[in-house]
Every structure is written in structure tokens, then in C-alpha cells.
Design a protein around this ligand. Structure first.
Ligand SMILES: Nc1ncnc2c1ncn2[C@@H]1O[C@H](COP(=O)(O)OP(=O)(O)OP(=O)(O)O)[C@@H](O)[C@H]1O
Length: 765
């Protein structure tokens, strides 16, 4: 690892208590403020300032003998401001050490101030006091939070007890900076000012006494108003001054804004569903999808009191006891919960994810209503009922929602994801502190990072953005094609970059799983994409159930070929992006026999999000360029360890076998063709051909016909208007003729626009 250290770490006043005399070294692998310490030990003597000796603590760390215990400065310096030197550790290590320690300082006056804002604290020199160290307390790796907090209450810096001594090292800023040469001022993100989030106080769903009846009324009044507004969209007579496409578009836009606002009013269930729908251009019009995308960062937060009371209820102990410090202001608020920073009693910096209270009850009511709505949609022609699986979509959403409010499930997902990426050191997944976890509260290692879309900060830190883009794609390919367990919501808020350029993943509430058969087929499709083989892709899609084979596969093949050509030869300035491809695919699906299973839409959604991230990070970003070497690697690994000649021989054998099968089957096939021909001639067999191309031509002809009629009427009426006004001067009749001509002209413009769209569509195929 390059010698990377966070300037914040060294500008902070840090204290380390270690059992080993003179071991006031910062070792490789130690973690400061969530960032791993570099390379070689840094002798304490290089760092000025004081030392304190204290009792050894290693002995008390049962789960990892080598783990040296970090003690918060505040515990050492009674109320002084400082940031902690912490250690990334196995959850079991937390809560160890100091079991049975006697406190001489009564918890060292847990400070209420913001520990994160004290990077330049004044804890200089020696910290006085006596340490009543671990005194051989047997540790309980999985102590309950309450028990642990009780034990840790006694963590104290006071009189040194025992023969060992503790070093307290307070690095000098300048010396440390010079020695460590940080490449980036990570204080920029580690100490970033907190955004003031809007409060949830004005929203009825946030009230404790919100009744189920009131909720039903609120939901149904939204649904019914929405239905009538959608109906009004197409009721041409309701447009004052006559219907125009522009007016309809404006009405649709105002409807979309209204939907977004009402969704915010309706709260968590609808916000989450709105966020999920914000990529379903196959289901909703573009204006709605655009507005729904804005829901991502406009979610109100709940008060610190509410959060703290909820934590106490969930974890069974007051926040004061559980944490040495708990930041009242959340660092983020999302539809289902919010995130607070905190410091454990052992000095570990963590984030506490607190779920919005009352979510389960709200979901139960809302999903009951939504099920009725889905059933209505399913039976409604205008909502595409017969062709869209609204009930399936409802089931999918309900599953996601209930899964997302089970934070224990999220914790398990995080652990699994971390295990999947254990070999890729460039992917970081926060540790879960299981002792501080419940179904509604999750405590995770604090791993600050720069969000992948925060280009200005990445630039200022000198990060290699195209490398980050490549890593993001590669990490995703590993998930989809190798492990089969993928992050289904990789939006920029859930992906950050560490000081050493590694990727940090947050939020494991929504994970997808690809079964091995599907993975195998996706892998085949991936190779086929790499080889630009449309036929193989179609075969894989059929086997995946994403494509229903029909007689007219020619146009499907051409569509696929079009995407292949655009995808593989994609240039940054070309619009053939994943999101465009997704939209086009969905548009084409109306005509063609594609069916998109949930996994497929999630994968496509994830790829288009990643593509967006890639484009933000690197103007020359090309998905294909990044994927190609990866595909090659997979191809090589698929061909196993066989040498080139072995592979060649195997390929020859395969082709020979194909040829043999074809030859053996030939006489049978000829016989069948002959039989069919005779049946046709005898009139026993009728062939009904449905040609999608012919249907498209018919649609085109009908638009042309309408355009011709509109032209005739426009010109005719304009002629009458001109004739009348020259003969009789401007009159009501001549004016009406001009107006009529204008209307037909507009219709003509509309026809021309439709023709252009059809042309564009034709070219795509
Ligand atoms: N372990 C962590 N260390 C540092 N920051 C974190 C950590 N976990 C979460 N965050 C911050 O909190 C934000 C929200 O977290 P997260 O996405 O897990 O919450 P959420 O409620 O699941 O949100 P949503 O599902 O809407 O994305 C993240 O974008 C990140 O900025």
C-alpha cells in the first residue's frame, strides 16, 4: 500500500494506550479515522509530545491477542477535545478489554461535543491521570450492548495500575505531516460540514398517532386524484383554447411535479417505491421518471430525540451508555432511515443507522392498498394490464420493502458481500458491530469516503478518476458474473472512494442474487456480446426466459445487432449509453417478444447507473473498453488451463461433431420439408404469417395518409380564407378558415414528427 495517510489523522490530537512499553508506534494495518495506516512503523520518538504508561491490555483481548487496544483521548484527557486513534477490528474485539476494570474516573466524563469537529483540538503534552487498565478482566467477545456499556463505563484513564505502561502519543502535526506526506487532505470529506436536512415534522405520516383510517383516506385520495388527472391528460376537449401536443406535454409535466410532491407527503413507502420506479422507463412516461429521480435526496429527517429514544428501545440501553459520543445531527436521511455518527465506548468510530419508527405498520397499510391498485391496473386496458405484470411488480416491491427494513438482513448481506470481495483489497465494506445491531438499528464501522460523483473533491485530491470508474465497473462485473450476489442499488450515494483509491460500498439493504444457471447464461451472453454474436445472445436470452421465441426472429436479431454495434463501438459523445439502450430495449419490447424479469431490470438499472458514474468521472469513459479485458480474462479462465493447441483441437472436435449431427439429421429434415410441402399443396396446412415489419410499414403508411389528408385540408382552408378575405375583406368566415388551416397545419406537424420517430426507430433495427 502506498504511503497514504489522512492529513486529518495527524492534525487530530491522538492518543494511543498500548500495553507494550515503548510501543508507541503506528503500525501497518492500524487504522486511523477509518483509514488504514501505511507501511512501516513510525517511531513515537519522531513525534514529540507526551507519553503515558498504562496497564497492558493485550492480555484482555481474547478474540485477537495481537490487537492493541485504543483508548479514546477523552477518556484520557477528561473532556478535552480530540479525535480518536481507532482500530478497525473484528466485531468480537469490541467490547473486549477492560472487563471488570475499575474506574477511577467514572467514565471519564463522556463529552457531548462533536468529536469529529475537533481535528485541531488542543490536547497537547502529557495526559495526566491514573489508568486503571484492564486488570486482567476476562473479555466477553459478544457482550450485550448493555453489559458492555456497563463494563466499559469503567474504561478509565487514571492511575496506572500494574507494571506495564501505556504510551499516550500526541503526534505533532507538522512532523507527522512531513513524515507521512498525505497525498490528499482527507479532512475535506472526513470533517465535511453536515448538511442541514429538512425535518419530517410537517408530515402526517411521521406522527405517532397517525390512524390507519386516515392513512387509507390519504392513500386513496392520492390514487383517485392521480387517476382523474391521468384521464384528463387524454381528454382533448378539456384543453382550453384547443388541444395541442405542447399543452399536453405541459400538463404531463405539471402532473409529474404533483406526483413527486404528493409522494413526499405520503412518506416512506411511496418515496421508496418512487425511487425504485425512477428507472422504470418501461412502465412510466419520461416526465414522471425524471421527477421521481429527484426523490433521492429530498427526504426529511426525524429528530435526534426520536432517533435516540428508538435506539434505546431497540438496543435496550440509553444512548449515553451505549456510546461515548453520539452526533445528534444525522449525516444522511433516506426514505427508510437515517445515519448518525457515533463513537463506541472503546473509541471505535461508527455510524448508527436508525430506521424510521413505525415503518412496518405503515408498510402493512400501504401495501394492502397498493395490492388493490395493482389488481386494478392488471385488469385495466389503459394501464397495459394484459401485457404488463402489475401484480408481479407489486410482489417484487413488497418483498424489497420488507427486506429493506430488516437491518439484521442488511448486516448479513454486508458480511457476505465483504467475504465475496475478500481477495479484492480495493473494495471496502464496513464491518458490522453485531453487539449494537437489531432489526431496526444497525451499527457499522465508520468508513468515510468521497462520493464517486463528487468530482471536485476527487480532483482536488489528485485521484485517478478513470481508474475509479474502471474499478466500479469491474467490481460490478465480479458481482454479476462471478459471485452472483450483487448490489441492486449502486447509486452514487452508496459508492465512495477511500483515501487510497479503494471503493467503499454502503447500504446492503437491496441485494440481488443470480442463481448459477442464470449466471452461466449471463456469462454466455457476456461472451456473445464480446464476440458481437447476435445469434448467441438471442439463444441466451431465450434460455434466460427474457425472450419468447416467435416466427419473426429476424427483426429481434437486427435489434440485438444494432445494440451490439453501438455498445461495442461506443464513443463517449454517442448517445448509445446503457440508459439509452435500456429505454430503447423497453420501447422495442412493446413490439417484440422481450420479457424483462426483475433481476434483468435491476442489472440493467445498475449498469446504467454505473455508466452515469463512469461518464461523470471520465469523459473518455467507455464501458466496452473496461469490460473487454475483463471478458478476456473470464474467457481465459473459462478455457481453463488448456494450452492454445488444446483449445484449438477441442474447437475442431466441437465443429466436427456439429457437422456430423447436421449430416446425420439431414435426410430426416428433407423428409419433413417434403411432407409439409405436400400438405400445403393439398390445402391441409395453412400458413398464417405475422410480420412485424409489415405491421410497421402499415403504421407508416397510415401516418403518411393522415399527413396527406391534413395537408389537403390545411391548404384548402388557407385558400378559402385568402379568397374570401380578398373578395369580402376580413370576416368571421375567413377567420375561421384560417384557424381551421392552422389546426390542420399543427396536425401535419405532428404527423411529420411521428414519421421522424418511425424513421429513427426503423434505423435502429
Ligand atoms: N459505514 C459508513 N461509514 C460512513 N458513512 C456511511 C456509512 N454508512 C452509511 N454512510 C453514509 O450514510 C449515507 C446513507 O447510508 P445508507 O445508504 O446505508 O442509508 P439508507 O437508509 O439505506 O439509504 P438509501 O437506501 O436510501 O440509499 C451513505 O450514503 C453514506 O454517506
Amino acid at each position: 500500500m502506498a504511503a497514504l495517510v489522512n492529513a486529518h489523522l495527524v492534525t487530530s490530537q491522538t492518543i494511543k494506550l498500548s500495553s507494550e512499553l515503548g510501543s508507541s508506534e503506528l503500525r501497518e494495518g492500524q487504522v486511523l479515522g477509518g483509514l488504514r495506516f501505511p507501511l512501516k512503523p513510525l517511531r513515537a520518538k519522531k513525534l514529540r509530545n507526551g507519553r503515558i504508561r498504562s496497564a497492558g491490555e493485550n492480555g484482555s483481548t481474547s478474540s485477537n491477542g495481537s490487537a492493541s487496544r485504543m483508548v479514546p483521548i477523552e477518556e484520557a484527557l477528561k473532556g478535552r477535545n480530540a479525535t480518536f486513534l481507532s482500530k478497525r477490528s473484528d466485531p468480537r474485539i469490541n467490547g473486549t478489554a477492560n472487563g471488570g476494570a475499575k474506574s477511577s474516573t467514572n467514565g471519564a466524563a463522556v463529552r457531548k461535543s462533536n468529536a469529529y469537529e475537533n481535528a485541531n483540538g488542543s490536547a497537547n503534552g502529557s495526559a495526566n491521570g491514573s489508568v486503571n487498565g484492564s486488570s486482567g478482566g476476562r473479555t466477553n467477545g459478544f457482550a450485550s450492548p448493555v453489559m458492555m456499556s456497563r463494563q466499559l463505563e469503567g474504561v478509565s484513564i487514571g492511575k496506572v495500575n500494574g507494571s506495564a505502561s501505556t504510551d499516550v502519543v500526541i503526534p505533532n502535526v507538522d512532523v507527522a505531516k512531513r513524515v507521512l506526506q498525505p497525498p490528499v487532505d482527507v479532512t475535506k470529506y472526513d470533517e465535511q460540514p453536515l448538511r442541514v436536512l429538512p425535518s419530517d415534522e410537517g408530515f402526517s405520516w411521521a406522527k405517532e398517532d397517525y390512524s390507519a383510517t386516515q392513512r387509507n383516506i390519504d392513500v386513496w385520495s392520492f390514487v383517485l386524484t392521480l387517476r382523474s388527472r391521468v384521464w384528463l391528460l387524454d381528454a382533448k376537449w378539456t384543453y382550453i383554447g384547443g388541444f395541442t401536443e405542447e399543452k399536453q406535454k405541459a400538463r404531463r409535466r405539471s402532473l409529474a411535479v404533483w406526483v413527486r410532491e404528493r409522494i413526499l407527503q405520503l412518506g416512506p413507502t411511496f418515496i421508496k417505491l418512487g425511487q425504485l420506479s425512477s428507472t422504470r422507463s418501461d412502465l412510466f412516461p419520461a416526465e414522471i421518471v425524471e421527477e421521481l429521480a429527484k426523490l433521492q435526496d429530498r427526504v426529511p429527517a426525524f429528530s435526534a430525540e426520536k432517533a435516540m429514544a428508538f435506539i434505546e428501545k431497540e438496543l435496550g440501553a440509553p444512548v449515553d451508555e451505549l456510546f461515548a459520543d453520539f452526533e445528534r445531527q444525522p449525516i444522511a436521511a433516506a426514505s427508510l432511515g437515517q445515519v448518525h455518527r457515533a463513537i463506541l465506548r472503546n473509541g471505535e468510530r461508527v455510524v448508527v443507522k436508525v430506521q424510521r419508527p413505525g415503518l412496518k405498520r405503515l408498510f402493512d397499510i400501504d401495501l394492502n392498498n397498493l395490492k388493490v391498485i395493482a389488481q386494478y391496473f392488471q385488469n385495466s386496458e389503459s394501464m397495459g394490464g394484459p401485457t404488463r405484470d402489475w401484480l408481479g411488480i407489486y410482489e417484487e416491491c413488497a418483498t424489497i420493502l420488507y427486506q429493506e427494513i430488516d437491518y439484521l438482513n442488511e448486516g448479513r448481506n454486508a458480511d457476505r458481500f465483504r467475504r465475496d470481495f475478500r481477495k479484492q483489497k480495493w473494495v471496502k465494506v464496513p464491518q458490522v458491530f453485531w453487539d449494537y445491531a437489531s432489526q431496526k438499528v444497525l451499527t457499522l464501522e465508520y468508513v468515510p469516503g468521497i462520493k464517486v460523483n463528487d468530482v471536485a473533491v476527487l480532483d482536488a485530491g489528485g485521484f485517478n478518476k478513470s481508474k475509479i470508474a474502471s474499478l466500479a465497473i469491474e467490481a460490478y462485473l465480479i458481482q454479476i458474473l462471478r459471485t452472483g450476489f450483487f448490489h441492486a442499488d449502486p447509486h452514487p450515494g452508496n459508492l465512495a472512494v477511500d483515501a487510497d483509491g479503494s471503493l467503499i460500498y454502503y447500504d446492503f439493504g437491496m441485494m440481488g442474487e443470480i442463481k448459477s444457471f442464470t449466471r452461466e447464461k449471463l456469462l454466455e451472453m457476456f461472451y456473445a456480446v464480446y464476440e458481437k454474436d447476435a445469434q448467441k445472445i438471442i439463444q441466451a436470452l431465450i434460455e434466460l426466459g427474457a425472450l419468447v421465441p416467435t416466427g419473426d426472429m429476424g427483426s429481434v436479431r437486427r435489434s440485438v445487432q444494432y445494440f451490439l454495434d453501438n455498445l461495442m463501438d461506443q464513443k463517449p459523445d454517442q448517445a448509445a449509453t446503457f440508459s439509452a439502450i435500456g429505454e430503447d430495449l423497453f420501447a422495442i419490447a412493446v413490439d417484440q417478444p422481450f420479457r424483462f424479469p426483475a433481476t434483468f431490470t435491476f442489472v440493467l438499472r445498475a449498469f446504467s447507473t454505473l455508466e452515469g458514474i463512469g461518464n461523470t468521472l471520465d469523459p473518455d469513459f467507455s464501458f466496452a473498453k473496461i469490460a473487454a479485458p475483463y471478458a478476456q480474462e473470464l474467457l481465459d479462465s473459462r478455457n481453463g488451463s488448456q494450452s492454445g493447441s488444446q483449445y484449438f483441437v477441442q474447437e475442431l472436435q466441437r465443429q466436427a461433431a456439429d457437422a456430423r449431427d447436421a449430416t446425420v439429421a439431414m435426410p430426416q429434415r428433407v423428409q419433413r420439408v417434403d411432407k409439409i410441402m405436400r400438405q400445403l399443396e393439398a390445402g391441409d396446412l395453412k400458413l398464417r404469417v405475422r410480420s412485424l415489419e409489415a405491421e410497421r410499414s402499415a403504421r407508416r403508411a397510415s401516418v403518411m395518409q393522415m399527413a396527406t389528408i391534413n395537408t389537403i385540408f390545411a391548404v384548402g382552408l388557407a385558400n378559402i380564407g385568402v379568397t374570401l378575405s380578398t373578395a369580402q375583406g376580413i370576416s368571421a368566415v375567413s377567420n375561421s378558415s384560417f384557424v381551421g388551416a392552422g389546426v390542420f397545419l399543427l396536425l401535419l406537424v405532428n404527423n411529420v414528427r411521428r414519421m421522424r420517430n418511425l424513421d429513427k426507430f426503423e434505423k435502429m433495427l
